[in-house]
Each structure stands twice: as structure tokens, then as C-alpha cells.
Design a protein around this ligand. Structure first.
Ligand SMILES: Cc1cc2nc3c(=O)[nH]c(=O)nc-3n(C[C@H](O)[C@H](O)[C@H](O)COP(=O)(O)OP(=O)(O)OC[C@H]3O[C@@H](n4cnc5c(N)ncnc54)[C@H](O)[C@@H]3O)c2cc1C
Ligand code: FES
Length: 277
């Protein structure tokens, strides 16, 4: 880690940790004063265990910020699925425990915008949480976004209570029809896309690609949040490199890759997805 990254390393305290679904948890921590700049789309690297096992921190998007129940300062939340050793360790932590985090990291969503396009947020599964934070910011600035949320099943749905608190009414789809419309969330998008929208999306790669090509047909600006395995989270290991859609010919090194942790995780769709021209 370089000196700058050390400045973004904090010990914070868990304020609440609750189970949302069979395998999805919500962790809230005090927001360190050094993290006040945290914005939607950014993430934190969490040391899930003080032991060396697992050795690497794990990346999680910031799902939202809110005033701390104590009335002093703020807390931030991450919403995560237990998928392996790191998230199993994370799950075992309790309110009051301290965790070592690095953040806020990466480039987030562009908000506010300079134009008056109507924002549409499209999330799939655990791609919904970072969009909650974005919706929170939009509502705070007086704009209520349209929100499309897709889940595999009703018992995998997260974030709907927070959207309702924000006054955002999501259009929901589930693969099996157990909540909202049956099918993929992208099947609910209007065809043709209205041209005055701007789209922000996070979720599984095929969903992001479908959203990006839908936007492309309507010439709508589209930002997508990508994921990859991350070792350092700060641009040092090159482990999260992703092929850029357009080589930057003006760059002396003719760079063909972007680093998801540093250049992203949020990108303009045309930066990372190649389209037929
Ligand atoms: C910028 C960013 C933000 C993220 N935000 C969230 C979030 O808000 N909520 C959440 O639940 N998860 C999020 N993730 C994914 C999360 O970091 C991984 O699920 C976690 O690191 C898994 O750790 P583990 O030790 O439990 O699993 P591991 O044992 O490391 O892996 C278990 C399985 O998950 C797969 N996996 C792990 N990480 C990724 C990844 N990044 N992309 C695709 N597959 C992966 C592995 O290939 C393996 O099959 C985010 C990832 C990134 C890069
Ligand atoms: S995770 Fe190390 S460079 Fe991105």
C-alpha cells in the first residue's frame, strides 16, 4: 500500500449485523470521518479476519449511508452474500466488534449530472445494494429515479424496504415469478427506450451487457458497475484488469485494459463493452 492508501485505512466498529435472507447479510459500521467523501458506486476492502486466513481483504460496495442511531455521525452499510471463506468469517462478526477497512475506493456513479435526463436505475441481485445508495443521493437532491430490480426468487430480494422508505417504487422481476413479474428484469424495459433517460446499472455481466445494448439503441448514456476478483483494491496488483472496449490511442502505452478497482468499478458502458459499429 502506498501512503495515500494508508490514509484511507480505518478501524471502525460494527453497529449492527443482521440476516436479511438465507444467505444475505447486512453489516453496518460507523462511518469514519475520513470516509465522509464516500459516494454511490464506491466500495470498501474489509479485513474479514484479524488472522492470516483468509489473507486478502474482500471488496464490498457501500449500500447506503444514514445517521447513526446514537445521533453522533453516520454509519454505512454493506449487503453481502455468503459465498466462501471470507464472507463466512465476516458473518461471524458481531455488533461492537472492530473491523479494519480501506475506503472509500474506486470511481463511483456520476451524480448529479449536468443535464436534466431522467435517471433509471437497473439492478440485478446483489447489484441492487450500490444502487440504493445512488437512489438515496438522487432523492436527497429532489429527483426520484425509476428503479428496475431483478432477483432469482422472492427470498433473494433485498433493498425493497429501503426503496419504499425513499419513496421509490421499483418495478420488480424474479426468474420464477415469486415476486413481481416473471422473467428477466431487462424484459421489463420499454421498447424503444425513451431518449431522455440516463441509466445506471449494477448486476450480473449478461444483465449489464443487455442493459448497455438497450441504451445503445436509444443513444442513452449508460454507466455500469463491474466486478472482478480483487487482491489489493487500490491499483497495485493488476489482478482486476478488464479489457477496455476502445484502446486509448492517445496513450503512449496504448493501454488496452482498465483496472476495475481504480478506473472503476463504474464505467461508461462504451468504455468496457464493445458494440457492433
Ligand atoms: C467492487 C466490488 C464490489 C462488490 N460488492 C459486493 C457486495 O456489495 N455484496 C456482495 O455480496 N459481494 C460483493 N462483491 C463480491 C465479493 O467481494 C465476493 O463475493 C467476496 O469477496 C467473496 O469472498 P469469499 O472469501 O467469501 O469467497 P471466495 O472463497 O473468495 O469465493 C467464493 C466464490 O465466489 C466467487 N467470487 C468471489 N469474488 C468474486 C467476484 N468479485 N466476482 C465474481 N465472482 C467472485 C469465486 O470465484 C468463488 O466461486 C463485490 C466485488 C467487487 C469487486
Ligand atoms: S485489485 Fe489490485 S489492481 Fe485492482
Amino acid at each position: 500500500m502506498c501512503q495515500d492508501d494508508n490514509k484511507r485505512q480505518f478501524i471502525t466498529r460494527i453497529t449492527s449485523h443482521r440476516q436479511l435472507t438465507r444467505d444475505i447479510w447486512e453489516l453496518r459500521c460507523d462511518l469514519p470521518s475520513g470516509m465522509l467523501s464516500a459516494s454511490p458506486g464506491q466500495f470498501v476492502m474489509i479485513e474479514v479476519s484479524p488472522s492470516l486466513q483468509p489473507f486478502l481483504r474482500r471488496p464490498f460496495s457501500i449500500a447506503y449511508r444514514q445517521p447513526a442511531p446514537s445521533g453522533k455521525g453516520e454509519e454505512f452499510a454493506v449487503i453481502y452474500r455468503v459465498v466462501g471463506e471470507g464472507t463466512r468469517r465476516l458473518k461471524s462478526l458481531s455488533p461492537g466488534d472492530e473491523v479494519n477497512i480501506i475506503g472509500p475506493l474506486g470511481r463511483g456513479f456520476t451524480w448529479p449530472r449536468r443535464d436534466d435526463r431522467r435517471p433509471v436505475l437497473i439492478g440485478g441481485g446483489l447489484g441492487v445494494p450500490p444502487l440504493l445508495f445512488l437512489a438515496q443521493r438522487m432523492v436527497a437532491s429532489g429527483v426520484v429515479p425509476q428503479f428496475f430490480a431483478g432477483f432469482t426468487r422472492a427470498d433473494q430480494a433485498v433493498g425493497l424496504d429501503m426503496l419504499s422508505e425513499l419513496g421509490v417504487v421499483p418495478v420488480v422481476a424474479t426468474d420464477d415469478g415469486s415476486l413481481g413479474r416473471r422473467g428477466l428484469v431487462t424484459e421489463l424495459l420499454p421498447d424503444p427506450p425513451p431518449g431522455d433517460l440516463c441509466v445506471y446499472s449494477c448486476g450480473p455481466l449478461p444483465m449489464l451487457q443487455a442493459v448497455a445494448s438497450w441504451c445503445r439503441t436509444g443513444r442513452i448514456p449508460c454507466e455500469v458497475s463491474l466486478e472482478n476478483r480483487m487482491a489489493c483494491g487500490v491499483g497495485a496488483c493488476l489482478g482486476c484488469a478488464w479489457p477496455a472496449a476502445v484502446p486509448e490511442s492517445h496513450d503512449r502505452d496504448s493501454r488496452r485494459y482498465v483496472l476495475i478497482c481504480k478506473d472503476g468499478p463504474v464505467f461508461a458502458a462504451e468504455e468496457v463493452f464493445a458494440f457492433d459499429r
